[in-house]
Design a protein around this ligand. Sequence first.
Ligand SMILES: CC1(C)CN=C(N2CCN(c3ncnc4sc(CC(F)F)cc34)CC2)S1
Length: 489
Amino acid sequence: MAGFRDLDKVLFPIKSINNVVQLFRNQLESPSEPDLALLSIVAGVIENSLTSRSNAALQVCEPVEQNNLPILEIKTVEILYDKFRSIMLNAVDQNKAKGFATRDLVKKVSDVIWNSLTRSYYKDRAHLQSLYSFLSGNKLDCFGVAFAVVAGCQCLGYNDVHLALSEDHAWVIFGENGTETAEVTWHGKGNEDKRGQEIGKGVSARSWLYVNNKPVICTRHMEVAALVSAINPSLNSTHDAYEVALLQQELLWLLYELGHLKKYPMAIGNLGDLEEIAATEGKVPCKDLFQEAVTSARSYYSNQHVYPYTYQGGYFYRNKMYEEAFESWANASDVIRLYNYSRDDEEIYKEFLEIANELIPHIMKIESSGFSANTILKKPKCFADLLRFYDGICQWEEGSATPVLHIGWAKPLVLTISKFDADVRAQVNIVCDKSEEDKLLKKNGTYFNNNNYEKENGSTAVSDSVVSTNVKNHSDKDNSPFHPSIEAL
Ligand SMILES: CC1(C)CN=C(N2CCN(c3ncnc4sc(CC(F)F)cc34)CC2)S1
């Protein structure tokens, strides 16, 4: 049974980031599982006290003393914690013998949360992810509702209910073998919620939103990682509250070192982003963290996730490592090519649109300004990776009910391709072998997951890339999971 125990209470009143880290460490290392409600309330109170408009001005101009937080009294936490427990215990009758959760129970808990929410509010606002937001303002975002359902079930003693996470949606798994699934929150704008239903087997299953049935299935400890990942340090559109970002970074390192991020690529990516901004002395460098996220997605999720490659590509782009960025983006495109684009996939559509129509054209502008010594415009591998990137988006569209490309994509594409001279382009061979099979797989709808990555030992995919290069001294450390058949001309 989780809970707010004496060894946690002695840490109060909490005055520093170190106190909060110690509380999370106590909970994560305790013989009983960590208490999601307690930790979400603590993180939420601190985040909101440091990012609310009332002291926003203060946070921006105030010099930061190391580790100082507004004092958090135990009473504040106890009142909120007891309020959450009483909402759950009153709403769900307890006389039933505990056992595994049922669909009715999960739906009931989801209804209790759902029906407590304010009628209408801006759902995409920041700081709506924690139980503090739920208990003090009756507002939650999409993720926050799913998290609150899992925390509520934990409160009621149903330890089989866990959070399932795709790259843009959240739901729950439950039951004796953890094989039951249920929608518990909404997704996107203007879509009817599907709460209570099991996760799509039909056409939605082929959309990126459900990551080809390879979601992150959380343990209790990974649910703590999800609430920490969801901490939002933003004060306004241009500034972050320094202490909130530092707290999130230290908690992610705690979870990383305890091994709870191994199967959670996005959390590793979040830590990489924070480390790129402010590296922590003596820790794994951010470049390696982004690679670890990629390796995790390949090892545990059959390389069906896109974000690890866009985290990595974004890092390379910001650090002017354009050849590497092209490779990461081409790898992202190799993931999306086997999905069908559906109306629920707007978030990843916007990601690819920004890469294709903003980031790549920006790189081409810089590289063709004539001042770059070893310009990518002379590198066949860069041209090959660009073709792989665009080809993946084209294949994503094939067989989808909704079109992806439109005339707005064509101009930047032509501009980009035309920057490579004929002699460079001639060194790239298009080898269409395995990908034909991919296309057939996708066409007749047999469920694709031919990019089988051996677990742990990191052996690579079975399918070859569509585009090969004849780069003579092809380095073995090539990051692409596909070993292009290298053809010397
Ligand atoms: C390369 C990027 C554009 C940078 N940030 C990205 N994020 C992707 C989403 N983020 C996440 N980080 C940790 N866990 C989760 S679970 C989830 C789906 C939601 F509905 F629950 C999203 C998400 C964090 C930020 S992808």
